[in-house]
Design a binder for this molecule. Structure first.
Ligand code: SAM
Length: 557
């Protein structure tokens, strides 16, 4: 006889569960039954509700102020550099004594400071000339060695933020203000480096890569390859193929302002369409943008005029989009799609529109609201560089390619001629539809060779179980926050021979590469080494740098 191993009480509990599902049973365990009747939830009238909401927001802001910044965030990068200026010991002591918020400066105080360093965020770090205690002031548009006047607008942990007012003593070795092309430079938060030569910009970006790996990778210096000079962008102005100026909806007071123009052509003074001011949420009214492509610059006045015409219809703030595109031939067009360059770019302003771009001899289309690299001029050299890194080891010929975080298929499609089988994954279903069309319809890659799937990047590894890891290359190009741990775990378990990590945030890249190289591994499975590391300038005139790291699996020594 077979005895049941299930205790009888299980069946009793199961019966109870079905008769009294959890929503009925659970209240029986409420603390109120132990501690007395539950406190009645107080009903709040509308002003009380408003005050409670305000208090909770205030508390949230306070908690945020008191917590250390999220690792690898922009705030963290700045904080690490501030600690370097002040000295670790001094910072530790101040944190211990709880004096880290005793700013020597008042809100709106004006002062003269000496710039001591340039942060990886593009802002300068200064120490006050006559401060009572060591304290850093973060100020934009300034260079090491300069003396500037500024106005404090925010105090934080052992540092304050200041608005740039005046350059008292320039660093003439680095600065030449005649290089500045944009009338908004010095206010708009978009560009930081227009006063510098392009060579200096590239050197600074190399320093950012070096510092990021020193601070965030947790790797010894011996594990880092020599970091080459930053690869330049062919265009240093008029390169951006996308801009997103924005504006706030008019307030009641603004709507009723008696000085408002009585027509829908003239823009009221208070209405500003543009980008955020450096270090603030205030919008700078921008009529022209020197780093935007000629097509976008040409279209901007009409886009602005249209916003003014409809000004009083907006109930909420709006983010406009201007994207540079090749014209898309209509379905019945007889023109060969690869010969439709026409040199006549168009500006697409509909978020639901489609954009077409050429990269070398390849065509890409993607939805206007989805991701595509914003500097078309540098893409052929970026994809060629990735290709050169993959094949730097002449002794092997990989056959399979995985493009994780593939977007509209830029890397998968560009590199597909070198592989037998290619697979891409991406969270956005729209981008995946675009990638499939780009591969098969626009660039004639056989569907049997290339496939794309919508999903989380880590899921690609279960889908490519038949790819031979020794002959597989994995390209990673995640968003700014980098990869998550489940992805890195899967990547390490898969053990592709080559991994190329492309990133627009070298700090999260350094963290992730550090995790890969520092893995706890079993002997005999080989280990990853960082073979090459180099910055790429996708964003001239700004402090941003793209970084490409090549990792290779080598046998245990
Ligand atoms: C920096 S873009 C790179 C796109 C593409 N490699 C390119 O160069 O055009 C990062 C892409 O990752 C996608 N993404 C974000 N989180 C993801 C995730 N967890 N899994 C897969 N894709 C993700 C985004 O939608 C975006 O298209």
């Amino acid at each position: 006889m077979i005895m049941s191993r299930t205790p009888a009480c299980f069946f009793v509990l199961r019966r109870l569960y079905h008769r009294y599902p959890p929503r009925i049973i659970l209240p029986a365990f409420k603390m109120a039954d132990i501690d007395g009747p539950p406190a009645k939830k107080q009903k709040l009238n509308p002003p009380e509700k408003k005050a409670a909401k305000k208090n909770s927001k205030r508390q949230h802001r306070k908690d945020q102020r008191n917590s250390l910044p999220e690792p690898c965030s922009n705030e963290d990068v700045l904080w690490q550099e501030i600690k370097e200026v002040l000295g670790e010991q001094y910072v530790d002591d101040a944190l211990e004594q709880g004096t880290e918020r005793d700013s020597p400066f008042e809100f709106h105080q004006e002062l003269q400071v000496q710039i001591v360093a340039l942060s990886s965020t593009g802002s300068a770090l200064a120490t006050a000339v006559d401060s009572s205690r060591p304290w850093v002031i973060v100020v934009p548009f300034s260079l090491p060695g300069e003396i500037v006047r500024l106005k404090i607008y925010r105090n934080a942990r052992l540092h304050s933020f200041g608005d740039f007012i005046e350059l008292v003593k320039p660093n003439s070795e680095l600065r030449d203000d005649s290089r500045v092309k944009c009338q908004y430079f010095g206010r708009c938060g978009g560009c930081q480096y227009q006063m510098l030569s392009y060579d200096t910009q590239l050197e600074l970006k190399r320093d950012v890569v070096v510092k990021a790996y020193q601070k965030f990778s947790k790797l010894p210096q011996t594990a880092l390859p020599p970091i080459g000079s930053t690869l330049p962008s062919p265009l240093q102005y008029e390169y951006r193929t996308k801009i997103t100026p924005h504006f706030e909806a008019p307030t009641k007071k603004q709507r009723n302002d008696p000085n408002n123009p009585q027509n829908d052509i003239d823009k009221p003074d208070w209405f500003r369409i543009g980008m955020n001011e450096a270090g603030s949420q205030r919008v700078v009214d921008i009529e022209d943008c020197q780093i935007a492509s000629p097509t976008i610059r040409q279209a901007l006045p009409e886009v602005r005029a249209n916003a003014v015409r409809n000004l009083y219809n907006y109930k909420k703030g709006v983010s406009l989009i201007l994207r540079d595109s090749l014209p898309i031939p209509s379905a019945d067009s007889v023109v060969d799609s690869l010969a439709t360059d026409l040199d006549k770019h168009v500006c697409v302003t509909d978020h639901r529109g489609t954009i077409r771009e050429r990269v070398g001899s390849l065509l890409f289309e993607y939805p206007a609201s989805s991701f595509f690299q914003n500097n078309n001029s540098v893409l052929p050299s970026l994809t060629s560089y990735v290709e050169a890194q993959i094949f730097a080891d002449k002794t092997y010929k990989p056959t399979h390619l995985v493009d994780a975080y593939c977007g509209a298929g830029l890397f998968a499609i560009s590199l597909s001629p070198h592989f037998e089988t290619v697979a891409g994954i991406e969270l956005s279903a729209d981008s995946i539809r675009a990638a499939t069309r780009n591969a098969v319809t626009l660039n004639s890659i056989p569907a049997s060779k290339i496939s794309f799937r919508a999903g989380d990047a880590k899921d690609i590894f279960s889908a490519v179980g038949d790819f031979p890891p020794q002959d597989t290359v994995v390209i990673i190009d995640p968003p700014r926050k980098g990869c998550d741990e489940p992805f890195i775990k899967q990547l390490l378990a898969f053990r592709a021979r080559t991994v190329v990590y492309v990133s627009c945030n070298v700090h999260t890249q350094a963290r992730d590469v550090g995790m890969i190289l520092n893995e706890n591994r079993e002997a005999g499975r080989g280990k990853y080494v960082l073979e090459s590391l180099r910055g790429f300038d996708l964003f001239p005139q700004t402090a941003h740098v793209e970084s490409v790291a090549t990792l290779r699996l080598v046998e245990d020594s």
